[in-house]
Design a protein around this ligand. Sequence first.
Ligand SMILES: *Cc1c(COP(=O)(O)O)cnc(C)c1O
Length: 356
Amino acid sequence: MKLLIPHSKPFLGEEEKRACCEVIESGQIAQGPRVEKFEKRFSEFLGMPQGVATSSGTTALHLALLALGVGKNDEVIMPSYVCSALLNATCATGAIPRIADIEPDYFNMDPEQVRKNLTPKTKAIIVPHLFGFPADMDRLLTFGVPIIEDCAQTIGARWRGKLIGTLAEVSIFSFYATKVMTTSEGGMVLSKSKKLIEKIRDLRDYDYKKTYKPRFNYKMTDLQAAMGIVQLEKLPFFIQRRREISSSYHNEFSNLKLGLPLTKSNPQAEPIFYRYILPIKKNRKIFEKNLYQRGIACTPPVDKPLHRYLKLSPTNYKVTEEVFKTALSIPIYPALTENEVQKIITAVKKELVKME
Ligand SMILES: *Cc1c(COP(=O)(O)O)cnc(C)c1O
């Protein structure tokens, strides 16, 4: 077996190591000054007035929903083609999830399908910007319902020149090991609304409160924040490198008869290419296995669409069903060496030509 190029891998170095060692030596390892500094630096990076760091993207989303007043008997709209974290955070509030199909060309939620799912009970819409591609915010913002931008896969991308995560009521981020930047596990909520942020800050931990109500322990630690501060300094390089690799892939793959690009975006969008997706119309399993044997780990980017979890009729989710059956994600991340990028290009081309 040849050395395997993993599907995802964090970009970590001496700087992260040193930052974490300093935290251990300081004796202050739980939530403290470094979390505060990370909140400040991260919100500044996006040009937002304030942020609250959390233990994960899921807990960030849970708190954002609660701060918007989402609860029992409310409805929350979200897309079908996304991980189950959205469903978990929504169900934890007691609200009912309403699932919308995605747009044919762009992976993201179809505003027309959102409109069909609107009811008087709709309290919020969760809009993930999937795979590094901004969703159609122009149309999604017209419904007059609070939007939570889910930027777990998309930091630094722009819509009409404006940064994703700054366009709606509130936005959430994930710093899980395989995301755009990492704190191992971690998350963040940003909002222009001071009131919303204060609510979220209050719900994040339980000590030193005047009155009782159910609260959580969703805190980030200084150990995680120290890593995050270093990663944030590297973020412009991470984004640039993702764009470079995707354009190398594009140049090599776009003249093959692949039905490319699945990796295209709205003309108003500047994506960051968190994922690079190949549409493998036939024998995707075999294609995946062949690449694995060439030393490259690929994977379908979403393991199970939400309408399937909820056992909703697949006829209402035609686009998701098609993408679910054909999409294959190949490695794209800043920790890839140029050698590895070339190896991936060669192997993918050989396998694609075999399929033609
Ligand atoms: C990863 C992810 C989440 C959840 O983040 P965790 O930190 O793993 O809890 C939510 N939404 C999207 C789109 C994600 O990719």
